[in-house]
Ligand binder design. Structure first.
Ligand SMILES: Nc1ncnc2c1ncn2[C@@H]1O[C@H](COP(=O)(O)OP(=O)(O)OP(=O)(O)O)[C@@H](O)[C@H]1O
Length: 255
């Protein structure tokens, strides 16, 4: 993204964002409610164009390319997408149909290569036992994991995860963080961007961090350099204490 701004009427959603994600990088985008995180991700997923500046996704410039050509190369997991899955869709089909960019089992039979891959990904996310269940019967955490499996189904070059741990209980969050960490540490995994409100949700293995506040970048770069008490306090407009325990982060308001 180069000089990117997004405006809606008189409201500025994002201003002057210069940001790039390389193929071997895993980025965390952190910021308070309304900071512009989802707006940023919508451009990365080619769903939205900037008002000013330019966005290049996988070498193609938004506005000058057919986004439908690059969307199969982008794996997306967001709350909005979860809401679009029909409740009676069988979990295995939710994953396998990603390769066909649809929801719903619209073919009699999928390729066996595809069904094998879907089973492998459900297993990777720890939900293989749910393959025959209807999506609507799953818990929120189970749905998220199925949707991440789906996002990976097309072997994307870019993986975008918008608040994947939102709504999960402590065990579910910890489990997801561990699985995302394994993925982040896998050299063959795609370039990844994870949006979150909480430093506790940063999976070990993530390499970079972008801090957003009021539509502007507070800091960006290597995670260790960017995630400091000063930067975090500025981002959330509070005096925050940041602790690192092993390869995890914890934050709270200074007493
Ligand atoms: N079409 C629109 N018109 C006016 N304002 C908008 C529009 N879409 C989004 N906004 C505002 O832009 C800001 C950024 O929204 P965005 O969804 O990107 O934030 P976010 O960082 O993802 O927030 P959250 O953490 O709450 O999901 C918010 O204040 C939102 O109300």
């Amino acid at each position: 993204m180069d000089g990117v701004g997004v405006r809606r009427g008189k409201t500025t959603l994002l201003a002057d964002v210069n940001w790039s994600v390389e193929l071997d990088e895993r980025w965390v985008v952190l910021g308070p409610n309304g900071a512009g995180k989802t707006t940023l991700l919508k451009m990365a997923s080619t769903e939205m164009h900037p008002t000013t500046g330019t966005v290049d996704v996988l070498g193609e410039r938004l506005g000058k390319t057919n986004v439908f050509d690059i969307r199969p190369l982008i794996g997306l997991c967001s709350g909005a997408l979860v809401d679009r899955v029909p409740g009676d869709e069988v979990v295995r089909d939710v994953v396998v149909s990603a390769g066909y960019a649809v929801f719903g089992r619209w073919r009699e039979e999928y390729d066996s290569l595809d069904t094998d891959r879907a089973a492998e990904l459900l297993d990777l996310l720890g939900v293989a036992h749910l393959a025959d269940r209807e999506f609507g019967t799953l818990s929120e955490g189970e749905r998220k994991r199925v949707m991440i499996s789906r996002a990976l189904m097309t072997d994307p070059e870019l993986l975008l995860l918008d608040e994947p741990a939102a709504g999960l209980d402590l065990g579910g969050r910890e489990d997801l963080v561990a699985r995302l960490s394994s993925l982040a540490l896998d050299a063959d995994a795609p370039a990844s961007v994870l949006v979150t409100h909480h430093v506790e949700e940063i999976p070990p293995g993530f390499t970079h961090c972008l801090l957003l506040r009021d539509g502007g970048v507070v800091a960006q770069g290597l995670l260790d350099d960017v995630l400091t008490e000063a930067n975090l306090s500025k981002t959330f407009d509070q005096d925050l204490e940041l602790q690192q325990a092993g390869d995890r982060y914890f934050a709270r308001r200074r007493a």
